[in-house]
Write a protein that binds this ligand. Structure first.
Ligand SMILES: [Zn+2]
Length: 263
């Protein structure tokens, strides 16, 4: 199976922390506490894969309310090749063939959009680096020490963890390819929730950490099937700017049409 390149959307903006952020690096000791992930220059960043996971889980929480959409939410045995061995065998067989198209009937809508073990994601998010000037400040918070033998909180043990302060900003860039109307709707929902500040990222979210707001500055489109759009891109490398609201409204319009069909 192969898929022609039909469209590419580039969405750029900023993530502004409304609360402190802790994305653990896995590096921790009782002397220094649990440290956050840092780039080669010692500055904090948000791994693109973490951010993608957050959009995905946001969409998975809302999909049950959308007529005609489904998600396996990675639950074993659900009706999607990612978690269903029979369907996965069918999918692998289909991928070997040389017909064109997407294995729509074998994957749920979120695996089709965000990828699964057998199919690449249509959504790529670059690592989100801190905007300059970065003031170079990390804060420490008190956590509860974990007893490594019993994996329960150790009595009286205090354990510090490092956080990136509230108001820190990160650069956001998401590139999506071959989105159909349904994909646009799902992504719009994820982006809207983030714009509204209802989503958090990183560790210790139950303690109020990781709240952020997504600010979208620019949405650009390259439509490979539109000759003028493609020629402009070849000549200038520039993509056509589109309005975010149009991107979102196309998705909503699609949901209305789809709802109408089901009714
Ligand atoms: Zn799935």
């Amino acid at each position: 199976m192969f898929e022609r390149l039909r469209n590419r959307y580039v969405i750029k903006g900023k993530v502004v922390m409304d609360a402190a952020l802790h994305i653990g690096s896995g590096e921790e000791s009782f002397e220094r506490g649990a440290l956050v992930v840092k780039d080669a220059y010692g500055k904090p960043y948000i791994p693109g894969s973490s951010f993608k996971g957050i959009i995905r889980s946001t969409v998975e929480r809302i999909i049950p309310y959308l007529d005609g959409f489904k998600t396996c939410a990675l639950i074993k045995g659900a009706d999607c090749a990612t978690v269903n061995e029979v369907k996965m065998d069918q999918l692998k067989e289909r991928l070997k063939g040389d017909e064109e198209g997407e294995p729509i009937d074998l994957l749920c809508d979120t695996c089709k959009l965000f990828g699964s073990t057998a199919v690449a994601s249509k959504v790529k998010i670059s690592d989100l680096y801190v905007t300059e000037p970065w003031i170079g400040l990390f804060e420490k918070r008190d956590g509860v020490g974990i007893d490594r033998d019993t994996e329960t909180s150790a009595e009286g043990a205090k354990f510090e963890y490092e956080v990136v302060p509230s108001q820190t900003e990160f650069n956001f860039e998401m590139v999506c390819e071959n989105l159909d109307e349904g994909d646009k709707l799902l992504l719009s929902i994820g982006l809207r929730e983030m714009q509204s500040g209802y989503v958090s990222i990183g560790g210790n979210r139950s303690r109020g950490l990781g709240a952020f707001q997504l600010i979208i500055d620019e949405v650009a489109l390259l439509n490979f099937e539109d000759r003028k759009s493609f020629m402009d891109y070849l000549a200038s490398q520039k993509l056509e700017k589109i309005e975010l609201v149009d991107f979102i409204e196309e998705g909503i319009k699609y949901l209305q049409q789809r709802g109408g069909q089901n009714a």
